[in-house]
Design a protein around this ligand. Structure first.
Ligand SMILES: *Cc1c(COP(=O)(O)O)cnc(C)c1O
Length: 714
């Protein structure tokens, strides 16, 4: 298919550039990224690393140059060769265990968000990052997984911050010609559009496809001229609108998703629901089976056996619950005359979460009761989930809960810095990426020379500062913001000072202001002579979360406050792009949630694999990740019921760690300027976190203990 009708054709010698740009595989292979960097570095930066957009904008002379440059062609040829290998390899981890044919063992992975790359704004935060990392890892391991979600033309909002620190939200309509996405087609080549019953009407959804190596991600889009205007808007934004919008979105995702997979010829053996948003999948599948003549009881049992559900939040308000009349209103067309199906689904979703609203239709309850396998996303979160949802399994004895723990992991090739990757190639194993979940291989990390490891850490911090400075310059020159905001954007940061990173959604339970419990003590830490410390914040508040916006505003005002000497910065519009620079370039990753409300967290894993130790409350993944020597545990040891007392104790513990341990060891240098003791912690962070908190370990666990597939090696 011709994607860019208005564009002159590429020189034949490099015609597969277009294919390379349209498969997100390039994003997690640094040599593939080099192809685009070499092609036009200025454009690479200007487009925030978006090759599709680059190819639309690039000068034709530059393409002609590339088609004739021997060293460019050598790189291009070897990367295209690697892409072909990645797509067709028959000796994958999956093939060795389950045979090379995907038939009968495909996994459909449903999620409301997918964070694959910043050029596809289909995510808000951690849930999407997990889904994106899962797709990439499935591709690497050869797991026959397809993703299914939404194509939000306006994505999630962009964040700007006003001079008085208030978050402002703006939505941009993505130009699909700038994104690696194409229309999905049926077997006969016609565009794929599915019909979804929504109340007394029918909504159409177009299906798009995104490629990530071996994995395809299908995206539903209701913005079709055949739909009424308000239906066209249904999939416009992620988590936009009210409850009415939300339930309709979830019906489109659940019912439309099943229909879309049929239409494109995917017949999953396993249906994995990432969070409760897609739980209506169950309804559609039971209905399909009954229509094919299966008895109702059998259909329910079959669906249960093949449904896997992952729950993500220990915060009650984080689970969608709808009034029954909304469910009846919008699902009437879905169960039609199948009264048994209606009663069944309503009963599965009925739940009183104790917030005073009585019984509601709870999407998590529906998913928990319909899935044969359920998991939480860390060990601690598993304990909390079992307690939180005990009414769902009234007969389960203690210790017999069906909920398992599969701790999240990050896709290492995506998050690792290229400089560090090359260091591992040279000193650990040339093929370390293929074996990165092998714990024993990482014992070789002691072989990394201190001086080289430190040089890479310094270079990554420098890259972060170059990025921060360019952003500040853009705000100054293009948006004409005032000098105070330019200081808040990080202009006065010192490129050699100990840099603490804190980047996550702004919301009360994450306690973004814990560090400011005693502002004078903090100011003394930040401005200590010869041992300066600085902090970079980033993160969005949910548009409806005013308390989160107030936290953000107070942090922003601190960043502009002369009392802190310009050593606090706030980077706006946190996304995957910012996350890359921050998790690679900071020296310490700070995390201060109110325990046990952080289900897992993954940004700290991204930091650790890059040699950035965590300084964190023992919540989420860190409760099992901290070993005593791979970072720091903030533990105020308060047993009080008063949150303020717990905060004060945790803050004191945090200050003490900084004053007595973190800062001194960072600045303790040998004669050549290398912080030996610090690098021991850096190495331990990499050695312990890389193999275990990788998406590779996680994906293998999902396949082995949740998907219930029989192995069938060749
Ligand atoms: C990794 C990541 C997250 C999730 O990080 P947490 O530790 O769960 O807060 C959120 N947003 C972006 C852009 C990320 O890259």
């Amino acid at each position: 298919m011709e994607r860019y009708p208005g564009l002159p054709p590429f020189p034949d010698r490099i015609r597969r550039l277009e294919e390379l740009a349209c498969d997100l595989w390039w994003s997690w292979h640094y040599r593939a990224r080099d192809v685009f960097k070499r092609l036009d570095y200025a454009l690479w930066r200007d487009t925030a690393h978006n090759p599709v957009r680059m190819l639309r904008m690039i000068n034709r002379d530059r393409l002609q140059w590339a088609a004739g440059d021997r060293s460019f062609l050598a790189l291009y040829d070897s990367v295209v060769h690697d892409l072909d290998l990645a797509r067709t390899a028959r000796d994958t981890w999956w093939a060795q265990r389950y045979g090379s044919t995907a038939k009968g063992s495909q996994i459909a992975y449903f999620s409301a968000e997918f964070a694959l790359h910043q050029s596809l704004p289909l995510y808000a935060g951690g849930l999407g990052v997990l889904a994106g990392d899962t797709c990439k890892e499935a591709s690497d391991l050869g797991v026959p997984l397809v993703g299914i979600g939404f194509m939000y033309p306006q994505g999630y909002f962009h964040q700007h911050v006003s001079a008085d620190g208030w978050q402002m939200e703006s939505y941009e309509r993505l130009d699909w010609l700038d994104a690696p996405i194409e229309p999905a087609v049926r077997a006969d080549g016609t565009p794929c559009v599915v019909a979804v019953p929504l109340g007394d009407r029918t909504v159409l959804a177009a299906v798009w496809v995104v490629r990530a190596g071996r994995v395809r991600l299908f995206l539903l889009d209701t913005d079709l001229p055949e739909n009424v205007p308000w239906d066209r808007e249904l999939s416009a934004r992620l988590y936009g609108g009210n409850q009415e919008t939300r339930i309709q979105q979830e019906i489109v995702l659940g019912l439309g998703g099943v229909r879309a997979l049929h239409a494109v010829g995917v017949e999953p053996a396993v249906w994995h629901l990432n969070e409760g948003h897609a739980a209506f999948v169950v309804l559609q599948r039971v209905r399909d089976a009954v229509e094919q003549g299966v008895t109702f009881e059998q259909a329910v049992a079959d669906v249960r056996r093949t449904t896997v559900f992952t729950t993500h939040t220990p915060v009650a308000a984080g689970h969608d619950a709808f009034p029954f009349q909304l469910v009846e209103k919008y699902l009437a067309g879905a169960w039609g005359s199948l009264g048994g199906l209606r009663d069944h689904v309503l009963a599965l979703g009925a739940y009183d979460n104790g917030n005073g609203n009585g019984q509601m239709f709870n999407m998590t309850a529906l998913a928990l009761r319909s899935a044969g396998a359920v998991n939480a996303v860390s060990q601690l979160h598993c304990d909390v989930t079992r307690r939180m949802w005990t009414p769902i399994w009234p007969d389960a004895k203690p210790g017999e809960s069906p909920v398992k723990a599969i701790t999240n992991g990050v896709h290492v090739p995506t998050w690792i810095a290229a400089e560090l990757s090359k260091l591992f190639e040279a000193h650990i194993a040339p093929d370390w990426r293929q074996r990165h979940d092998d714990e024993r291989m990482w014992d070789a990390i002691d072989a990394l020379p201190d001086a080289e490891l430190w040089a890479v850490r310094q270079a990554l911090r420098a890259a972060l500062f170059a990025f921060v400075r360019e952003r500040a310059r853009d705000r100054w020159t293009e948006e004409r913001v005032g000098p105070g905001q330019i200081v808040a954007a990080g202009t006065l940061l010192d490129p050699s000072a100990l840099t603490i990173g804190f980047a996550r959604r702004f919301t009360a339970y994450k306690r973004p202001e814990l560090l400011f419990t005693d502002p004078d003590r903090l100011a003394r830490i930040l401005s200590a002579a010869r041992q300066p410390v600085q902090i970079i914040y980033a993160g969005k508040a949910h548009p409806a979360d005013d308390s989160g916006k107030h936290h953000l505003q107070r942090i922003y005002k601190r960043a502009m406050d002369q009392g802190f000497g310009g050593r606090i910065a706030f980077i706006d519009d946190y996304d995957l792009h910012v996350a890359h620079f921050m998790t690679q370039g900071c020296d310490i990753w700070l995390n201060t949630p109110r325990k046990p409300l952080e289900a897992s967290g993954t940004s700290g894993m991204k930091a650790a694999v890059n040699g950035v130790p965590n300084l964190s409350i023992g919540d989420g993944w860190w409760a099992e990740g901290y070993t005593g020597t791979n970072g720091w545990l903030i533990d105020g040891k308060s047993t009080s019921d008063d949150p303020a007392a717990v905060d004060a104790a945790d803050a004191d513990a945090l200050y003490r760690l900084l004053e007595q341990d973190v800062v001194p060891s960072f600045y303790d240098r040998d004669g050549t300027g290398v912080p030996r003791a610090w690098l021991r912690i850096v190495r331990e962070a990499i050695r312990t976190v890389m193999p275990h908190f990788s998406a590779r370990r996680m994906m293998k666990q999902y396949v082995g203990s949740m998907y219930g597939l029989k192995s069938d090696p060749e």
